[in-house]
Design a protein around this ligand. Structure first.
Ligand SMILES: Nc1ncnc2c1ncn2[C@@H]1O[C@H](COP(=O)(O)OP(=O)(O)OP(=O)(O)O)[C@@H](O)[C@H]1O
Ligand SMILES: [Mg+2]
Length: 509
C-alpha cells in the first residue's frame, strides 16, 4: 500500500484542507459584491458553490437556464484574474454551432475583464497571458488530438452529450499546470442525452454538493493519489438574473416539451428522463426478491460479449396470478430474478471471459441456487462460425444450452416485435406490468430505464449507450411473445369472441 499524497496540481485539496492559494482566492473573489463595477459575479447558491469548489472535478447539472454556462465562464474569469499567465483554459462543446452562444456570452463577460477574442485561435486572450480556448469535439476520437496539451482548467459543456466518459477522460488528462496554478475539471449538463446514465451514476447519484474521493494508484511508484469530485444541482429558481430579465422564460420552457421533459428542465430532475425509450418503466416494475414457486418455468437469456459486456438474465414465468408486495403478478408475467453482467474496468469494455468460463459461471450460479434451468435463448451471433467452434458449441460442452433468439428489433407492418414486445410487457395492462425485475438486478435497473431513443431512428434505441441488458431482455420477451388481439371479424358474436380471445388487449402469453 502506497502513501496517500496530494496531487501536485491540488487535486486532493479537499482532503488535506490545505487549499491551494488560488482556491482561497476564488472564495474571496466570489459573491455579487466581488466583481466590481460591471465585472461578472456569481449569484448566491449553486453558482457561488461552483466557483468556490476545491474538488478536482465538479459537474454542475440540472435545469435549463439554471446559470451553468455563466458559472463556467465566470469561473475562468476569476481564475484568470488570480493566476494571470498560468491560467490556461479549454472550453469544449459537441458542435461548433452549440459553441456560438457560449462565445457570444463570453464576449459580454470577458470584454469587461480586458480580454480580447482572437478568432484565428478561437480563444479569449488576456493581456496577462491568460487564455481560454474554445473547441468542439464532434467525434470522440477528436479527444486524442489533445494529448500532450496542458490546461489549468478544462470545461466541458453538455457532458450528457457524450455517450461514454472515455473522450472526457482523455481531456481530463490534459489538466495540469506546469506554472503551478490550481487545476480543475469542470462540466455542465442537463438531464437526458446519450450520456445521461453514466453522468448520473458518477456524479448526480452521490448527492448535491457531496464530495466523493476516488483513489488512483500511481503505476510508477505505487503511491495512492486521491482525486475528489462533486456534483452541484442547478435549479431555475437559483438564476434570478434570468428570471428577472426574462419573466416569460418559464412559460416558454413549459410549452416546449412533454410534461416529464419540462419537469426535468425546470427542476433539474434526473429521474425524469427526456426521451426514455421505455417510458412505461417505473418503481412498480421492481419487486423485492421472493422465493419463486417451484412449478414456475425458468429460463435464461444471453447477450454474448467478449470485448463488449455480456449479459445473462434468469427469468421465471408466472404460471398463476400471485398477489405480492401490493402488486398482482399476472399469469404469464416474466420475472427477472437473477442477472450476471460481465463488463471490464474500461467503460463499454467486456469482461474478456471465454464462452467456457461464462458457461461455467452460469452452471455454478444455478447449482448454488439448487435449480435446474433447461431452456435458454441467446443472441443468434453465438451460432455464427468464424474460426473453430462457435460460442454456442463451447457452452454446450460445458453443459449450458441455448437456442437462437428472434432478434428482430423493430416491427414491420404493425407486427408487435422486438422492442414493442418489451415495451408492452413493461407497461402491462390494467395498471399491472407483465415484466418485473428483482431489486437485486442492479445492472438492469442502472441501464435499461435510462436508454434513449436513437435520434436518427426514433423507433429504435440509441445503441451508443449500454444496451446489452436491454438486448438480452428483448430476447427473453421474444421467446414468449405477447400476441396482439386481432380485430373481431364481422359476424362473430361478442360472447364467442371474448371466450376465445380473453378479456385483455394481449390475449396469449
Ligand atoms: N452570475 C450571473 N450574472 C449575470 N447574469 C447571469 C448570471 N448567471 C446567469 N445569468 C443569466 O442567465 C442566463 C442563462 O444562464 P446560463 O446560460 O448560464 O444557463 P444554463 O444553465 O447554462 O442554460 P442551458 O441549460 O440552456 O445551457 C445567462 O445568459 C445570463 O443572461
Ligand atoms: Mg448552458
Amino acid at each position: 500500500m502506497g502513501v496517500a499524497r496530494v496531487h501536485p496540481c491540488g487535486h486532493g485539496a479537499v482532503i488535506t484542507l490545505d487549499a491551494p492559494q488560488g482556491y482561497l482566492h476564488n472564495v474571496i473573489m466570489s459573491g455579487p459584491a466581488s466583481g466590481g463595477e460591471g465585472l461578472w459575479a456569481a449569484q448566491a447558491g449553486p453558482q457561488e458553490a461552483f466557483i468556490n469548489s476545491r474538488e478536482f472535478e465538479v459537474v454542475y447539472g440540472g435545469a435549463r437556464g439554471g446559470g451553468k454556462t455563466d458559472a463556467a465562464l465566470g469561473d475562468f474569469a476569476l481564475h484568470a484574474r488570480t493566476w494571470g499567465k498560468a491560467a490556461q483554459g479549454l472550453m469544449v462543446r459537441r458542435t461548433r454551432r452549440a459553441l456560438d452562444p457560449t462565445i457570444a456570452r463570453a464576449h459580454e463577460i470577458y470584454s469587461r475583464e480586458g480580454a480580447r477574442w482572437c478568432a484565428s485561435r478561437s480563444a479569449f486572450e488576456w493581456t496577462s497571458g491568460a487564455r481560454l480556448v474554445f473547441r468542439h469535439l464532434g467525434r470522440d476520437t477528436d479527444a486524442d488530438g489533445y494529448q500532450g496539451h496542458s490546461y489549468s482548467r478544462v470545461y466541458v459543456e453538455e457532458l450528457t452529450q457524450f455517450a461514454s466518459p472515455a473522450p472526457v477522460n482523455k481531456l481530463k488528462a490534459t489538466v495540469r499546470s506546469p506554472a503551478g496554478a490550481p487545476c480543475g475539471f469542470r462540466a455542465t449538463c442537463n438531464p437526458g442525452g446519450v450520456g445521461h446514465h453514466w453522468v448520473k451514476a458518477r456524479y448526480v447519484d452521490h448527492g448535491d454538493g457531496v464530495p466523493v474521493i476516488e483513489e488512483i494508484r500511481n503505476p510508477f511508484d505505487g503511491s495512492v493519489i486521491l482525486l475528489t469530485r462533486k456534483f452541484i444541482a442547478a435549479r431555475l429558481k437559483d438564476n434570478p438574473a434570468l428570471l428577472g430579465s426574462d419573466p416569460d422564460y418559464v412559460a416558454r420552457l413549459a410549452l416546449s416539451g412533454s410534461r416529464p421533459l419540462v419537469q426535468a428542465w425546470l427542476e433539474g430532475d434526473w429521474s425524469v428522463i427526456e426521451g426514455a425509450f421505455f417510458d412505461g418503466w417505473g418503481s412498480r416494475n421492481v419487486l423485492a426478491p421472493f422465493p419463486i414457486p417451484e412449478d414456475w418455468t425458468r429460463f435464461r437469456s444471453l447477450d454474448w460479449g467478449f470485448s463488449a459486456p455480456f449479459s445473462v438474465g434468469w427469468w421465471a414465468v408466472a404460471s398463476d396470478s400471485l398477489e405480492i408486495q401490493g402488486r398482482t403478478v399476472r399469469r404469464g408475467a416474466l420475472i427477472r430474478y437473477r442477472e450476471w453482467y460481465g463488463r471490464g474496468a474500461r467503460s463499454g469494455g467486456g469482461a474478456g471471459l471465454t464462452a467456457t468460463r461464462v458457461a461455467e459461471g452460469i452452471v455454478e450460479r444455478e447449482r448454488e441456487a439448487g435449480e435446474t434451468v433447461r431452456d435458454g435463448v441467446a443472441d443468434p451471433a453465438i451460432f455464427a462460425h468464424t474460426s473453430g467452434p462457435t460460442v454456442q458449441e463451447e457452452m454446450r460442452k460445458a453443459g449450458v444450452f441455448f437456442r437462437a433468439a428472434d432478434n428482430t428489433r423493430v416491427g414491420r407492418l404493425g407486427a408487435l416485435s422486438g422492442w414493442d414486445q418489451m415495451r408492452a410487457r413493461i407497461e402491462g395492462r390494467d395498471g399491472e406490468p407483465d415484466l418485473f425485475v428483482f431489486s437485486t438486478c442492479t445492472d438492469f435497473i442502472r441501464t435499461v430505464p435510462s436508454l434513449q431513443h436513437d435520434p436518427m431512428r426514433p423507433e429504435d434505441l440509441d445503441t451508443r449507450a449500454e444496451d446489452h441488458i436491454a438486448d438480452e431482455t428483448r430476447y427473453a420477451c421474444m421467446s414468449r411473445p405477447l400476441i396482439s388481439r386481432p380485430p373481431r371479424p364481422p359476424g362473430v358474436p361478442d360472447d364467442i369472441w371474448r371466450r376465445n380471445w380473453g378479456e385483455g388487449r394481449l390475449s396469449r402469453i
